[in-house]
Design a protein around this ligand. Structure first.
Ligand SMILES: N[C@@H](CCC(=O)N[C@@H](CS)C(=O)NCC(=O)O)C(=O)O
Length: 230
């Protein structure tokens, strides 16, 4: 087996997606966390967009973009997470293409500068939720996107559904409860060990500390003591 190095910022959801795929495939990898504000020269030399994740293979090749990394791993290391059927595979790829839109809409509240912007962002969350709810209705009866078999779609959405849950705990959003399939999917993904790169409470505290540090409107609802204690 090749030697894999995953370069990361600890709370990056796109890194988390790549790490999930590595764990689902039982691949041994070195997880190297760097600081967003202090990106080392060796990293800048191997990352064309200067972003994480980068998957370095055998100290020779560097892959970037979480979707490309996931697809590469799925083509080269069993078990196959994409469906065998080409139509089902195309549908799965269409839904992984939707992830950046989903991610932006579901996490926009964390980046809102004012209460009005926060409220507007929160009001928009049901739009992507409704789309996913309809997709889940068509796909299967769960627990995962395609049913019993875990897929790249699950790996792609897990980090963002987890962040919705974190934001919901900072300030009640009250949306996912109206989408039973989506809620059950989020619960199944969060219960899956591969979702987690760190102990859950530690990771949530890291996430909250990041949101606090950004100093956006919602940051006021995160207690400094609470961040430190978690
Ligand atoms: N489309 C990219 C997104 C990666 C991304 O946005 N990474 C963030 C951290 S979560 C980053 O490295 N940001 C640094 C920057 O924009 O300079 C992917 O799927 O891998």
């Amino acid at each position: 087996m090749a030697k894999f190095l995953l370069v990361s910022f600890k709370t990056c959801p796109w890194v988390q997606r790549a790490a999930i795929v590595l764990r689902e495939k039982g691949i041994d990898f070195e997880f190297r966390h760097i600081e967003p504000d202090n990106r080392p020269d060796w990293f800048l030399a191997i990352s064309p967009h200067k972003k994480v994740p980068v998957l370095r293979i055998d100290d020779r090749v560097s892959l970037f973009e979480s979707n490309a990394i996931a697809e590469y791993l799925d083509e080269t290391v069993p078990p196959r997470l994409h469906p065998e059927d080409p139509v089902a595979r195309a549908v799965n790829r269409a839904w992984t293409d939707y992830v950046p839109t989903f991610a932006a809409e579901v996490t926009a509240a964390a980046y809102a500068d004012t209460e009005a912007d926060y409220r507007k962002a929160v009001e928009s969350i049901p739009v992507p939720f409704e789309r996913l709810e309809r997709a889940l209705e068509k796909q299967s009866s769960g627990p995962f996107f395609n049913g019993a078999k875990y897929s790249l779609v699950d790996a792609a959405y897990a980090p963002f559904l987890q962040r919705y849950v974190f934001l919901d705990r900072v300030r009640k959003l009250d949306h996912i409860e109206k989408f039973p399939r989506l809620k059950a999917w989020a619960t199944a993904l969060i219960a899956r060990p591969s979702t987690h790169s760190f102990p859950e409470a530690e990771f949530e505290a890291l996430y909250r500390a990041n949101v606090k540090r950004r100093n956006k409107w919602v940051s006021q609802f995160i207690e400094t003591a609470q961040v430190a204690a978690e």
